[in-house]
Design a protein around this ligand. Structure first.
Ligand code: HEM
Length: 417
Protein backbone atom coordinates (compact mmCIF):
# COMPACT_ATOMS: atom_id res chain seq x y z
CA UNK A 1 0.00 0.00 0.00
CA UNK A 2 1.26 3.48 -0.81
CA UNK A 3 1.83 5.52 2.32
CA UNK A 4 1.36 9.23 1.77
CA UNK A 5 1.02 12.40 3.81
CA UNK A 6 -2.18 14.02 2.55
CA UNK A 7 -3.34 17.51 3.45
CA UNK A 8 -6.49 19.51 2.74
CA UNK A 9 -5.44 19.96 -0.90
CA UNK A 10 -5.57 16.20 -1.41
CA UNK A 11 -9.28 15.99 -0.58
CA UNK A 12 -10.95 13.20 -2.55
CA UNK A 13 -14.55 13.91 -3.67
CA UNK A 14 -16.75 11.42 -1.80
CA UNK A 15 -18.23 10.08 -5.03
CA UNK A 16 -14.76 9.10 -6.20
CA UNK A 17 -13.75 7.18 -3.09
CA UNK A 18 -13.26 3.50 -3.82
CA UNK A 19 -11.91 1.36 -1.00
CA UNK A 20 -12.75 -1.92 -2.69
CA UNK A 21 -10.47 -1.80 -5.72
CA UNK A 22 -7.08 -3.28 -4.72
CA UNK A 23 -5.31 -1.10 -7.30
CA UNK A 24 -6.22 1.97 -5.26
CA UNK A 25 -3.88 0.64 -2.57
CA UNK A 26 -0.91 -0.08 -4.85
CA UNK A 27 -1.22 2.83 -7.28
CA UNK A 28 -3.66 5.32 -5.75
CA UNK A 29 -3.78 7.18 -2.47
CA UNK A 30 -5.85 5.40 0.18
CA UNK A 31 -4.56 7.71 2.94
CA UNK A 32 -6.00 10.72 1.09
CA UNK A 33 -9.37 8.95 0.91
CA UNK A 34 -9.34 8.04 4.63
CA UNK A 35 -8.19 11.56 5.53
CA UNK A 36 -11.23 12.95 3.69
CA UNK A 37 -13.58 10.40 5.22
CA UNK A 38 -12.43 10.99 8.79
CA UNK A 39 -13.23 14.66 8.32
CA UNK A 40 -16.42 14.49 6.25
CA UNK A 41 -18.06 11.07 6.37
CA UNK A 42 -16.42 8.87 9.02
CA UNK A 43 -19.06 6.18 8.53
CA UNK A 44 -19.25 5.80 4.78
CA UNK A 45 -21.41 3.60 2.56
CA UNK A 46 -19.93 2.41 -0.73
CA UNK A 47 -22.02 0.79 -3.44
CA UNK A 48 -20.33 -1.73 -5.70
CA UNK A 49 -21.25 -2.03 -9.38
CA UNK A 50 -22.57 -5.58 -8.85
CA UNK A 51 -25.22 -4.43 -6.37
CA UNK A 52 -23.33 -5.24 -3.18
CA UNK A 53 -22.25 -2.49 -0.79
CA UNK A 54 -20.52 -2.01 2.53
CA UNK A 55 -19.89 0.42 5.34
CA UNK A 56 -16.43 1.80 6.10
CA UNK A 57 -15.42 3.06 9.53
CA UNK A 58 -12.32 5.22 9.58
CA UNK A 59 -12.13 6.80 13.06
CA UNK A 60 -10.07 5.16 15.81
CA UNK A 61 -12.93 4.68 18.30
CA UNK A 62 -15.28 3.24 15.68
CA UNK A 63 -12.62 0.86 14.35
CA UNK A 64 -11.99 -0.39 17.93
CA UNK A 65 -15.72 -0.83 18.52
CA UNK A 66 -16.36 -2.73 15.29
CA UNK A 67 -13.34 -5.00 15.82
CA UNK A 68 -14.13 -5.79 19.44
CA UNK A 69 -17.92 -5.85 19.93
CA UNK A 70 -18.75 -9.31 18.66
CA UNK A 71 -22.26 -9.12 20.10
CA UNK A 72 -23.11 -6.59 17.37
CA UNK A 73 -20.42 -7.20 14.74
CA UNK A 74 -19.72 -10.86 14.04
CA UNK A 75 -16.53 -12.35 12.58
CA UNK A 76 -18.23 -15.66 11.89
CA UNK A 77 -19.45 -14.84 8.38
CA UNK A 78 -15.99 -13.90 7.10
CA UNK A 79 -13.38 -11.23 7.63
CA UNK A 80 -12.24 -10.22 4.13
CA UNK A 81 -13.83 -7.56 1.96
CA UNK A 82 -12.94 -9.54 -1.15
CA UNK A 83 -15.47 -12.17 0.01
CA UNK A 84 -18.22 -9.63 0.85
CA UNK A 85 -21.63 -11.29 0.78
CA UNK A 86 -20.27 -14.85 0.62
CA UNK A 87 -20.28 -16.60 3.96
CA UNK A 88 -16.86 -18.06 4.79
CA UNK A 89 -17.16 -21.87 4.81
CA UNK A 90 -14.79 -21.96 7.82
CA UNK A 91 -17.03 -19.56 9.74
CA UNK A 92 -17.67 -20.68 13.30
CA UNK A 93 -14.75 -23.07 13.58
CA UNK A 94 -11.65 -21.28 12.29
CA UNK A 95 -10.40 -18.99 15.05
CA UNK A 96 -10.22 -15.82 12.98
CA UNK A 97 -13.77 -16.26 11.69
CA UNK A 98 -15.59 -17.27 14.85
CA UNK A 99 -16.98 -15.42 17.84
CA UNK A 100 -16.64 -16.02 21.57
CA UNK A 101 -17.18 -18.32 23.38
CA UNK A 102 -16.09 -20.89 20.75
CA UNK A 103 -13.38 -18.50 19.57
CA UNK A 104 -11.95 -18.23 23.08
CA UNK A 105 -11.81 -22.01 23.50
CA UNK A 106 -9.82 -22.47 20.29
CA UNK A 107 -7.59 -19.48 20.86
CA UNK A 108 -6.47 -20.17 24.43
CA UNK A 109 -4.43 -23.35 23.84
CA UNK A 110 -2.77 -21.75 20.80
CA UNK A 111 -2.03 -18.55 22.66
CA UNK A 112 -0.31 -20.56 25.40
CA UNK A 113 2.28 -21.61 22.81
CA UNK A 114 2.98 -18.01 21.80
CA UNK A 115 3.54 -16.27 25.13
CA UNK A 116 6.98 -14.69 25.71
CA UNK A 117 7.95 -17.61 28.01
CA UNK A 118 6.84 -20.28 25.53
CA UNK A 119 8.58 -18.62 22.60
CA UNK A 120 11.91 -18.34 24.41
CA UNK A 121 12.96 -21.87 23.38
CA UNK A 122 12.56 -20.94 19.69
CA UNK A 123 14.56 -17.71 19.79
CA UNK A 124 17.99 -19.20 18.84
CA UNK A 125 16.50 -20.86 15.74
CA UNK A 126 14.51 -17.77 14.79
CA UNK A 127 17.66 -15.69 15.18
CA UNK A 128 19.69 -18.08 13.01
CA UNK A 129 16.97 -18.12 10.32
CA UNK A 130 16.67 -14.34 10.19
CA UNK A 131 20.47 -13.86 10.10
CA UNK A 132 20.68 -16.31 7.20
CA UNK A 133 17.96 -14.41 5.32
CA UNK A 134 19.72 -11.10 5.89
CA UNK A 135 23.22 -12.42 5.13
CA UNK A 136 23.28 -11.12 1.50
CA UNK A 137 22.15 -7.65 2.59
CA UNK A 138 25.52 -5.92 2.21
CA UNK A 139 27.13 -8.39 -0.20
CA UNK A 140 26.19 -6.85 -3.54
CA UNK A 141 25.62 -3.32 -4.75
CA UNK A 142 21.85 -3.80 -4.66
CA UNK A 143 19.58 -5.85 -2.37
CA UNK A 144 15.83 -6.38 -2.62
CA UNK A 145 14.62 -5.24 0.81
CA UNK A 146 10.97 -5.79 -0.13
CA UNK A 147 11.48 -9.41 -1.22
CA UNK A 148 13.57 -10.27 1.85
CA UNK A 149 11.01 -8.76 4.21
CA UNK A 150 8.19 -10.55 2.41
CA UNK A 151 10.01 -13.84 3.08
CA UNK A 152 10.96 -13.02 6.68
CA UNK A 153 7.83 -14.11 8.61
CA UNK A 154 7.97 -17.60 7.10
CA UNK A 155 11.21 -18.21 9.00
CA UNK A 156 9.23 -17.73 12.20
CA UNK A 157 5.92 -19.37 11.26
CA UNK A 158 7.83 -22.35 9.81
CA UNK A 159 9.51 -22.93 13.17
CA UNK A 160 6.34 -22.39 15.21
CA UNK A 161 4.29 -24.68 12.96
CA UNK A 162 7.04 -27.29 12.53
CA UNK A 163 7.22 -27.09 8.73
CA UNK A 164 10.12 -28.23 6.50
CA UNK A 165 12.33 -25.40 5.26
CA UNK A 166 12.19 -26.57 1.65
CA UNK A 167 8.45 -25.78 1.63
CA UNK A 168 8.88 -22.14 2.64
CA UNK A 169 9.03 -20.51 -0.84
CA UNK A 170 5.83 -22.21 -2.04
CA UNK A 171 4.01 -21.35 1.19
CA UNK A 172 5.04 -17.70 0.96
CA UNK A 173 3.77 -17.58 -2.60
CA UNK A 174 0.45 -19.26 -1.77
CA UNK A 175 -0.05 -16.76 1.06
CA UNK A 176 0.51 -13.86 -1.31
CA UNK A 177 -1.89 -15.39 -3.84
CA UNK A 178 -4.51 -15.47 -1.09
CA UNK A 179 -4.15 -11.91 0.17
CA UNK A 180 -3.36 -10.34 -3.20
CA UNK A 181 -5.09 -12.42 -5.90
CA UNK A 182 -5.35 -9.30 -8.07
CA UNK A 183 -1.60 -8.81 -8.12
CA UNK A 184 -0.31 -9.92 -11.52
CA UNK A 185 3.00 -11.13 -10.11
CA UNK A 186 1.22 -13.88 -8.19
CA UNK A 187 -1.73 -14.56 -10.48
CA UNK A 188 -2.37 -17.99 -11.97
CA UNK A 189 -5.20 -19.15 -14.20
CA UNK A 190 -5.76 -15.68 -15.61
CA UNK A 191 -8.05 -14.23 -12.92
CA UNK A 192 -8.10 -13.26 -9.24
CA UNK A 193 -10.84 -15.83 -8.61
CA UNK A 194 -8.79 -18.67 -10.15
CA UNK A 195 -5.74 -17.52 -8.19
CA UNK A 196 -7.62 -17.52 -4.91
CA UNK A 197 -9.09 -20.93 -5.62
CA UNK A 198 -5.68 -22.38 -6.49
CA UNK A 199 -4.06 -20.93 -3.35
CA UNK A 200 -6.86 -22.26 -1.12
CA UNK A 201 -6.62 -25.66 -2.71
CA UNK A 202 -2.82 -25.82 -2.39
CA UNK A 203 -2.75 -24.65 1.22
CA UNK A 204 -5.58 -26.90 2.40
CA UNK A 205 -4.05 -29.92 0.63
CA UNK A 206 -0.63 -29.06 2.06
CA UNK A 207 -1.87 -28.87 5.65
CA UNK A 208 -3.97 -32.01 5.23
CA UNK A 209 -0.70 -33.80 4.28
CA UNK A 210 1.08 -32.31 7.31
CA UNK A 211 -1.67 -33.61 9.62
CA UNK A 212 -1.63 -37.04 7.97
CA UNK A 213 2.15 -37.27 8.33
CA UNK A 214 1.96 -36.55 12.06
CA UNK A 215 -0.91 -39.08 12.50
CA UNK A 216 1.12 -41.81 10.82
CA UNK A 217 4.14 -41.15 12.97
CA UNK A 218 2.91 -39.64 16.24
CA UNK A 219 5.72 -38.36 18.45
CA UNK A 220 5.59 -38.15 22.25
CA UNK A 221 4.88 -34.58 23.36
CA UNK A 222 3.46 -33.73 19.93
CA UNK A 223 0.94 -31.33 21.49
CA UNK A 224 3.72 -29.14 22.84
CA UNK A 225 6.12 -29.42 19.90
CA UNK A 226 4.47 -27.06 17.45
CA UNK A 227 1.19 -25.36 16.62
CA UNK A 228 -0.02 -28.13 14.31
CA UNK A 229 0.62 -30.72 17.02
CA UNK A 230 -1.27 -28.50 19.47
CA UNK A 231 -4.25 -28.22 17.11
CA UNK A 232 -4.28 -32.01 16.69
CA UNK A 233 -4.21 -32.79 20.42
CA UNK A 234 -6.11 -29.97 22.11
CA UNK A 235 -9.70 -30.34 23.26
CA UNK A 236 -12.41 -27.74 22.78
CA UNK A 237 -15.33 -28.21 25.16
CA UNK A 238 -14.24 -31.81 25.70
CA UNK A 239 -13.81 -32.81 22.04
CA UNK A 240 -10.84 -32.89 19.70
CA UNK A 241 -10.99 -30.76 16.58
CA UNK A 242 -11.99 -32.47 13.34
CA UNK A 243 -9.40 -32.68 10.55
CA UNK A 244 -11.31 -29.95 8.71
CA UNK A 245 -11.04 -27.67 11.73
CA UNK A 246 -7.33 -28.42 12.21
CA UNK A 247 -6.52 -27.67 8.58
CA UNK A 248 -8.62 -24.49 8.51
CA UNK A 249 -6.80 -23.20 11.59
CA UNK A 250 -3.38 -24.11 10.13
CA UNK A 251 -4.33 -22.03 7.10
CA UNK A 252 -5.36 -19.12 9.30
CA UNK A 253 -2.18 -19.29 11.39
CA UNK A 254 0.03 -19.35 8.31
CA UNK A 255 -1.74 -16.40 6.71
CA UNK A 256 -1.93 -14.49 9.97
CA UNK A 257 1.79 -14.94 10.42
CA UNK A 258 3.11 -14.56 6.92
CA UNK A 259 1.61 -11.51 5.34
CA UNK A 260 2.52 -8.68 7.62
CA UNK A 261 5.58 -8.64 9.94
CA UNK A 262 8.24 -7.83 7.34
CA UNK A 263 6.26 -4.95 5.89
CA UNK A 264 6.66 -3.08 9.17
CA UNK A 265 10.38 -2.83 8.44
CA UNK A 266 10.09 -2.04 4.72
CA UNK A 267 7.57 0.76 5.27
CA UNK A 268 9.64 2.30 8.08
CA UNK A 269 12.89 2.30 6.11
CA UNK A 270 11.13 3.63 3.04
CA UNK A 271 10.05 6.58 5.15
CA UNK A 272 13.48 7.00 6.78
CA UNK A 273 15.42 6.76 3.50
CA UNK A 274 15.92 10.53 3.51
CA UNK A 275 16.03 10.89 7.30
CA UNK A 276 19.36 9.43 8.34
CA UNK A 277 19.36 11.21 11.68
CA UNK A 278 16.20 9.42 12.77
CA UNK A 279 17.45 6.08 11.41
CA UNK A 280 20.61 6.57 13.44
CA UNK A 281 18.71 7.48 16.61
CA UNK A 282 16.65 4.33 16.30
CA UNK A 283 19.72 2.21 15.52
CA UNK A 284 22.01 3.53 18.23
CA UNK A 285 19.97 4.77 21.15
CA UNK A 286 18.42 1.89 23.16
CA UNK A 287 15.65 4.17 24.47
CA UNK A 288 14.16 4.23 20.95
CA UNK A 289 14.20 0.50 20.24
CA UNK A 290 10.71 -0.26 21.54
CA UNK A 291 9.08 3.07 20.69
CA UNK A 292 10.59 2.81 17.20
CA UNK A 293 9.00 -0.59 16.59
CA UNK A 294 5.65 0.66 17.88
CA UNK A 295 5.87 3.66 15.56
CA UNK A 296 6.84 1.46 12.63
CA UNK A 297 3.78 -0.67 13.39
CA UNK A 298 1.55 2.41 13.41
CA UNK A 299 3.18 3.81 10.30
CA UNK A 300 2.97 0.63 8.24
CA UNK A 301 -0.33 -0.80 9.59
CA UNK A 302 0.34 -3.93 7.53
CA UNK A 303 -3.13 -5.39 8.01
CA UNK A 304 -5.32 -2.91 6.20
CA UNK A 305 -8.83 -4.02 7.05
CA UNK A 306 -11.05 -6.51 8.77
CA UNK A 307 -14.66 -7.06 7.83
CA UNK A 308 -17.47 -7.74 10.28
CA UNK A 309 -21.23 -8.18 9.71
CA UNK A 310 -23.86 -6.50 11.86
CA UNK A 311 -25.99 -9.13 13.62
CA UNK A 312 -28.62 -6.58 14.64
CA UNK A 313 -29.68 -3.11 13.58
CA UNK A 314 -27.32 -0.60 15.14
CA UNK A 315 -25.94 2.93 14.84
CA UNK A 316 -22.47 4.40 14.50
CA UNK A 317 -22.20 8.19 14.74
CA UNK A 318 -25.87 8.47 13.89
CA UNK A 319 -25.63 6.34 10.73
CA UNK A 320 -28.06 3.44 10.77
CA UNK A 321 -26.43 0.09 10.07
CA UNK A 322 -28.90 -2.65 9.19
CA UNK A 323 -28.68 -6.24 10.39
CA UNK A 324 -26.66 -8.27 7.88
CA UNK A 325 -24.70 -5.37 6.42
CA UNK A 326 -20.92 -5.57 6.13
CA UNK A 327 -18.82 -3.08 8.08
CA UNK A 328 -15.14 -2.67 7.23
CA UNK A 329 -12.73 -1.40 9.90
CA UNK A 330 -9.76 0.35 8.26
CA UNK A 331 -6.78 -0.01 10.60
CA UNK A 332 -4.31 2.37 8.86
CA UNK A 333 -6.97 5.08 9.05
CA UNK A 334 -7.50 4.53 12.78
CA UNK A 335 -3.73 4.77 13.18
CA UNK A 336 -3.73 8.24 11.58
CA UNK A 337 -6.73 9.61 13.50
CA UNK A 338 -5.92 13.24 14.27
CA UNK A 339 -7.98 13.04 17.48
CA UNK A 340 -5.78 10.27 18.88
CA UNK A 341 -2.30 10.87 17.42
CA UNK A 342 -0.51 14.18 17.47
CA UNK A 343 0.81 15.05 14.04
CA UNK A 344 -0.21 11.59 12.75
CA UNK A 345 1.52 11.90 9.37
CA UNK A 346 4.94 12.33 10.97
CA UNK A 347 7.09 9.26 11.65
CA UNK A 348 8.57 9.69 15.11
CA UNK A 349 10.77 6.90 16.53
CA UNK A 350 10.24 8.31 20.00
CA UNK A 351 6.44 8.72 19.77
CA UNK A 352 4.84 8.48 23.20
CA UNK A 353 2.03 7.83 23.88
CA UNK A 354 1.34 5.59 20.94
CA UNK A 355 -1.96 3.70 21.11
CA UNK A 356 -1.62 2.22 17.63
CA UNK A 357 -3.84 -0.80 16.90
CA UNK A 358 -1.96 -2.50 14.08
CA UNK A 359 -2.39 -5.84 15.85
CA UNK A 360 -6.13 -5.34 16.12
CA UNK A 361 -8.31 -4.71 19.15
CA UNK A 362 -10.50 -6.87 21.36
CA UNK A 363 -10.91 -10.66 21.46
CA UNK A 364 -9.28 -11.22 18.05
CA UNK A 365 -6.24 -9.03 18.79
CA UNK A 366 -3.34 -10.79 17.14
CA UNK A 367 -2.59 -14.10 18.83
CA UNK A 368 0.92 -13.99 17.30
CA UNK A 369 1.72 -10.50 18.60
CA UNK A 370 4.74 -11.61 20.64
CA UNK A 371 6.09 -13.73 17.79
CA UNK A 372 5.82 -10.71 15.52
CA UNK A 373 7.52 -8.49 18.09
CA UNK A 374 10.41 -10.93 18.57
CA UNK A 375 10.91 -11.24 14.79
CA UNK A 376 11.03 -7.46 14.44
CA UNK A 377 13.47 -7.07 17.32
CA UNK A 378 15.84 -9.71 15.93
CA UNK A 379 15.70 -8.43 12.34
CA UNK A 380 16.22 -4.82 13.38
CA UNK A 381 19.11 -5.72 15.69
CA UNK A 382 20.85 -7.44 12.77
CA UNK A 383 20.16 -4.59 10.36
CA UNK A 384 21.20 -1.85 12.77
CA UNK A 385 24.41 -3.71 13.67
CA UNK A 386 25.47 -4.17 10.06
CA UNK A 387 23.97 -1.26 8.13
CA UNK A 388 24.64 2.46 8.61
CA UNK A 389 21.95 3.50 6.14
CA UNK A 390 19.95 2.41 3.13
CA UNK A 391 19.88 4.19 -0.18
CA UNK A 392 17.09 3.66 -2.68
CA UNK A 393 18.26 1.92 -5.86
CA UNK A 394 14.81 1.67 -7.44
CA UNK A 395 11.18 2.45 -6.79
CA UNK A 396 9.13 0.42 -4.33
CA UNK A 397 6.60 -1.96 -5.90
CA UNK A 398 3.48 -2.18 -3.75
CA UNK A 399 1.37 -5.27 -3.34
CA UNK A 400 -1.97 -4.94 -5.14
CA UNK A 401 -4.24 -5.68 -2.17
CA UNK A 402 -6.84 -3.98 -0.03
CA UNK A 403 -6.00 -6.37 2.81
CA UNK A 404 -2.21 -6.38 3.16
CA UNK A 405 -0.06 -3.28 2.94
CA UNK A 406 2.97 -4.99 1.44
CA UNK A 407 5.95 -3.86 -0.55
CA UNK A 408 6.87 -6.70 -2.92
CA UNK A 409 10.15 -5.31 -4.15
CA UNK A 410 12.32 -2.43 -3.19
CA UNK A 411 15.88 -2.35 -4.49
CA UNK A 412 18.22 -0.66 -2.03
CA UNK A 413 21.91 -0.31 -1.41
CA UNK A 414 22.68 -1.26 2.17
CA UNK A 415 25.77 0.64 3.30
CA UNK A 416 27.79 -1.44 5.75
CA UNK A 417 28.82 0.12 9.05
C1 HEM B 1 3.46 -7.37 12.65
C2 HEM B 1 2.90 -8.53 12.53
C3 HEM B 1 1.42 -8.80 12.66
C4 HEM B 1 0.36 -7.95 12.47
C5 HEM B 1 0.37 -6.49 12.07
C6 HEM B 1 -0.84 -8.72 12.73
C7 HEM B 1 -2.14 -8.22 12.70
C8 HEM B 1 -3.26 -8.87 13.14
C9 HEM B 1 -4.57 -8.29 13.32
C10 HEM B 1 -4.94 -6.85 13.00
C11 HEM B 1 -5.41 -9.25 13.79
C12 HEM B 1 -6.88 -9.05 14.20
C13 HEM B 1 -7.87 -9.83 13.37
C14 HEM B 1 -9.31 -9.47 13.66
O1 HEM B 1 -9.63 -8.52 14.38
O2 HEM B 1 -10.21 -10.17 13.12
C15 HEM B 1 -4.62 -10.46 13.88
C16 HEM B 1 -5.10 -11.69 14.27
C17 HEM B 1 -4.39 -12.84 14.11
N1 HEM B 1 -3.04 -12.97 13.87
FE1 HEM B 1 -1.73 -11.48 13.58
N2 HEM B 1 -0.47 -10.01 13.02
C18 HEM B 1 0.91 -10.11 13.00
C19 HEM B 1 1.67 -11.22 13.27
C20 HEM B 1 1.16 -12.48 13.44
C21 HEM B 1 1.94 -13.67 13.65
C22 HEM B 1 3.46 -13.73 13.71
C23 HEM B 1 1.04 -14.71 13.76
C24 HEM B 1 1.27 -16.17 13.99
C25 HEM B 1 2.36 -16.70 14.47
C26 HEM B 1 -0.30 -14.16 13.61
C27 HEM B 1 -1.48 -14.87 13.62
C28 HEM B 1 -2.73 -14.30 13.79
C29 HEM B 1 -3.95 -15.09 13.96
C30 HEM B 1 -4.08 -16.60 13.90
C31 HEM B 1 -4.99 -14.16 14.18
C32 HEM B 1 -6.46 -14.45 14.49
C33 HEM B 1 -6.61 -14.32 15.99
C34 HEM B 1 -8.01 -14.46 16.49
O3 HEM B 1 -8.94 -14.52 15.67
O4 HEM B 1 -8.18 -14.51 17.71
N3 HEM B 1 -0.18 -12.80 13.43
N4 HEM B 1 -3.31 -10.19 13.50
Amino acid sequence: MRITTPDAADRVPLGQIDLYDPRVFSEGDPHAAWHTLRKEEPVFWQDLPDGRGFWSVTKYDDVCRVLSDHTVFTSARGALLKMLGTDDPAGGYQMAVSDPPRHTHVRKPLHQMMTPAALKQHVPRIEAGIKQLLAPMTEGPVWDLGAAMTALPMVVSGILMGLPEEDYPDLVRSGLMTVAPDDEEYQTGGSPEATLQQAHHDLFAYFARQVRKRRMDPQPGMGDADLIGRLMTMKVEGSRLTDGEIVANCYSLLLGANVNTGHVITAAFLELMEDRAQFERWARDPQYRKTGIREAMRWSSPVVHFLRYAVQDTEIRGRKIKKGEGVVAWIPSANRDEEVFEDPFRFDVGRRPNREISLGYGPHRCVGATAGQISLEIALEEIFTRVSHFEAAGKPEHLCSNFTAGVKHFAVTAHAR
